[in-house]
Ligand binder design. Sequence first.
Ligand code: GLY
Length: 378
Amino acid sequence: MTAERVRVGLEGRAYDIVVGKDVLAGAGREIAALTKSRRAFVVTDENVARRHLERLRAPLGEAGIESAVAILPPGEATKSFAMLEHLTGLMLDAELERGDFVIALGGGVIGDLAGFAAGILKRGIDYVQIPTTLLAQVDSSVGGKTAIDVAQGKNLIGLFHQPRLVLADTGVLDSLPPREMRAGYAEVLKYGLIEDAAFAEWVAANAQAILTKPGSERREAIVACCRMKARVVEADEREAGRRALLNLGHTFAHGIEAAAGYSGRVLHGEAVSVGCGLAFELSERLGLCEAGTAAQVRGWYAAAGLPARLSDLPDLGATPEEFITHMAQDKKAQAGQIVFVLARGIGKAFIARDVDAQIVEHMLTEALSDRPNSKAKA
Ligand code: GLY
């Protein structure tokens, strides 16, 4: 199967996303074509290192690229100030110079942290994203958002720093746990929900193939998402407007993840799945889209084995007010007003800045009281 290339056409900082089985084997050649330097610094986590590190270092070595490696603990807690300090210290000890490359080999946590470290090291050195989860391949590795989490919220300290190349090897997904695949699928379907109803229907109809088979449907889905994301990033790199559409379901998702303490109890994609259901429900309640649209969206997510309602998640012990407080920490909030991505139908998302917080609180109260022993007030 040949690889496909999607160009992110940012002026002066354009780069390719290469998608296909075994693109990892060509990593040395691809990276050597971008720089005269023959030194790279690979950032990865313990789980990914076990499965894929040698599959990367071998082709780097064949291309004459010498690589130092930092193997970090897996999990969201790695996106911390302490780990950023540790990692940049290792990079300085390795005497990385401008012209050398950082390579992020892993999921969203590694991509966000390594990209941030590369962005601030010696005022910015280049990096390559090699995403190893479906979620990272279709979303976080593309578009240059890098960040760490702090006590006040997720991704609140970071910068825009575009990678020079993204290598999305569809073969590495074969070793991903099914739960992680489903979490990535939540973002795949999200692209259709935002701007392409026909794509949403195609994704829903091919959910099992995308989730379980390393065949053409999976690659087609990844390429389509990367194309959509590339067009959005080209139009609005720094999220002054349209890029915020990619956050469909994310305002609620951030509330859910914060209530879960950013633990593995709820994966980001699971929170996005529930969040998209809530975004469509809110759109219905506001009379923006036809009754039944939220049920359709939730049906698609549930059919893929994802939680589709708040009551499908473990009890997070948060009240509606607490959810709203967490949601207000969202980076999109403006003048204290929470910004939502709502929809006039499937594929018709838009940004709403004037949603009545009481309607949201009422909806969350009902959603939380689906659960026995909930703290929600009736
Ligand atoms: N994950 C949303 C974005 O990159 O804008």
